[in-house]
Write a protein that binds this ligand. Structure first.
Ligand code: AMP
Length: 172
């Protein structure tokens, strides 16, 4: 295991039965509060990607995507929950365990051919990331990859992202 994986695993707190029974929530707040760990994660999330824009997925994705964009000299684009963005949007809906969710992006967020990296904290079932990939492509961006802090391998999110370069700093 690398030093970075160890650092991340030591700073992510498992909260059992949150937000509902049977779910173990990966709480990133101890990692964010640790300057060295937060810096190392921001430095690593975009390593190896050539990018023009970084997409952050609301809400915890924003925390990582904005400093990654600054660090890499790229633009930041928010993908938000339905109804939060003020101008014209494209939307994608996807299934959750119970019900569905909709995310949106401004329809003019990308220039044609922009290389876009999608950043989030946790890759679980992959529904959110797959919807973000579809949104970026429909809005004219070229998806360079999906980069997450932590991947929950048992939920097989990668299988919904076939053909996409998916990278995780730690896989559990
Ligand atoms: P999914 O669409 O199932 O891949 O879920 C990914 C989104 O839900 C990400 O934006 C995560 O922030 C959040 N998420 C899913 N499962 C967890 C978990 N166990 N702990 C923390 N966040 C989670």
């Amino acid at each position: 295991m690398t030093d970075l994986s160890t650092l991340i695993l030591e700073r992510i707190r498992d909260v059992p039965d949150y937000p509902k029974p049977g779910v173990t929530f990966k709480d990133i707040t101890p990692l964010l509060a640790d300057h060295a760990a937060f810096n190392a994660v921001v430095d690593s999330l975009a390593t190896g990607f050539q990018v023009d824009k970084i997409v952050g997925i609301e809400a915890r994705g924003f925390i990582f995507a904005a400093p990654v964009a600054y660090h890499r000299g790229a633009g930041f684009v928010p993908v938000r929950k339905k109804g939060k963005l003020p101008a014209a949007v494209l939307e994608e809906s996807y299934d959750l365990e119970y019900g569905s969710a909709t995310i949106e992006v401004h329809d003019d967020a990308f220039s044609p051919g922009d290389r876009v990296l999608i950043v989030d904290d946790v890759l679980a079932t992959g529904g959110t990331a797959a919807a973000a990939v579809d949104l970026v492509r429909r809005a004219g961006g070229e998806v360079a990859g999906v980069s997450v802090l932590m991947e929950l391998a048992f939920l097989k999110g990668r299988e919904r992202l076939k053909g996409v370069d998916v990278r995780s700093l730690v896989i559990v």
